[in-house]
Design a protein around this ligand. Structure first.
Ligand code: GLV
Ligand code: MN
Ligand code: MN
Length: 421
């Protein structure tokens, strides 16, 4: 399958340049919150401006679409649907330097290599920084790719509010979007030729095996729930244990159930309660109301359905036993995404052609690719991530591995460009 590398006549992606870009973006965050760049923040705006400048230097035509996705475009020899390389520059709270960032910088580096060689692709290339891939204060993640794939419209963006009452539409406008014309950012199926994303693995399999690059065969997807437990607020001293309806004690059972059920179902299922809101949250009050956010992920639809079914049964049991009322509101229920065999084979062939060791694997995290898959076939490449640590400041990928992944990405892009209909 190896064949000759098409990218040999182009400059090789540079580990030094990628490392310098990672550090430049890291420096654009606040010293008291290193690496944190929540979507719609000042740091987000600074990173977008930085990226737009770097894209222009790489010969890309830069604009933001109505969803504030930052897009750098390189025209091809002919018009037609673009090949797109994308990911995101926003991070979780207390996040790291690579999640999403690696993919945007890899796309930028690919554009630089093409620009330096004056190499015109057969068709257009777009490099995209998607708006707000991570969970936002508006209760939704992957906002830019949702809009692009037709899953989020202007009316919803106006309706969704954060705790201060600000609308998602206003937040989009503040980072350069046009929420009143959000539909203009939508693309029709087929309007993108192929979508490619490079991402750090966020698990330890590549790192443990000493392999720099992964070719992803399927992407898990989250099912998320807002669970509100209503008990009875009472005096912590005067209320006998027998008559309590403690919302936090009931919620604690659910937290443990999420963990236990995912373990018991197995088949790569994971379950997390990552956020808890306790009211009134004082030492001498039996909690009256608790909200928790639960996140289940899996690759197999049957395993996901079994997990959610068992969780709902546990909720009913806790309600009855503890005399509390529990409301389970779905936030999102995404479908896991098998990657087209064709794209997996192209990616594997690209890695072989440029001599980069790789392994096939699945993704536990979800990505903008999950949504763009509605528009075109997608490919996902992983780069080894030290100890599998991610969504934390310790997140690290070796520059040499990033460069190796970017080399594969460039080769894959050229192969897909050559294979355009
Ligand atoms: C993205 O970070 C995810 O939660 O998978
Ligand atoms: Mn993330
Ligand atoms: Mn990510």
């Amino acid at each position: 399958m190896a064949g000759l590398a098409l990218s040999t006549s182009l400059p090789v992606p540079s580990a030094e340049r990628l490392a310098a870009d990672v550090e430049a973006l890291a420096r654009l965050t606040r010293p008291d919150r290193p690496y944190t760049r929540r979507a719609f923040s000042e740091e987000d705006r600074a990173a977008r401006a930085w990226l737009a400048e770097r894209m222009a230097e790489a010969g890309l035509e830069v604009h933001a679409d109505a969803a504030a996705n930052v897009i750098g475009r390189r025209p091809g020899r002919t018009a037609g649907p673009p090949l797109v390389i994308g990911s995101h520059l926003d991070t979780v709270q207390e996040g790291g330097r690579f999640d999403g960032i690696a993919g945007v910088l890899a796309g930028l580096e690919v554009a630089r290599c093409l620009h330096a060689a004056g190499h015109r692709l057969a068709g257009p290339l777009e490099v995209i920084d998607f708006t707000c891939e991570e969970p936002s204060d508006f209760g939704l993640s992957t906002i830019g790719s949702r809009v692009m794939s037709g899953k989020l419209d202007a009316a919803t963006a106006t309706r969704l509010r954060d705790s201060s009452g600000r609308s998602l539409a206003d937040a989009l406008a503040a980072v350069g979007g046009r929420p009143d014309r959000l539909d203009e950012a939508r693309r029709a199926p087929g309007a993108i030729a192929r979508y490619l994303e490079l991402h750090i693995e966020q698990s330890a399999s590549l790192d443990q095996a000493g392999i720099p690059v992964g070719v992803v065969t399927a992407i898990a997807a989250p099912s998320r729930f807002r669970v509100t437990v209503r008990g009875r607020q009472d005096h912590a001293g005067g209320t006998a244990m027998a008559i309590r309806r403690d919302a936090l004690a009931a919620a604690a059972e659910l937290v443990l159930a999420v963990e236990r059920i995912a373990r018991e179902v197995g088949r790569a299922m994971v379950g997390t309660v990552g956020a808890l809101d306790v009211r009134p949250n004082m030492v001498n009050i039996v909690p009256g109301e608790v909200t928790l956010l639960a996140d289940f992920r899996g690759i197999e639809p049957a395993a996901i359905a079994e997990t959610i079914g068992r969780f709902e049964a546990t909720v009913a049991d806790v309600e009855t036993r503890r005399g509390v009322a529990i409301d389970v509101a779905p936030i999102v229920r995404e479908e896991p995404l098998p990657i087209d065999a064709d794209m997996v084979e192209h990616a594997a062939a690209a890695a072989e052609a440029v001599g980069v060791p790789y392994r096939r694997l699945t993704s536990g995290a979800s990505h903008d690719a999950n949504h763009v898959a509605r528009l075109c076939p997608v490919g996902l490449l992983f780069v080894a991530c030290r100890d599998g640590r991610s969504h934390c400041p310790e997140e690290w990928a070796e520059p040499a591995h990033l460069a190796a992944g970017t080399r594969v990405l460039l080769e894959l892009l050229l192969r897909l460009d050559t294979a355009r209909p």
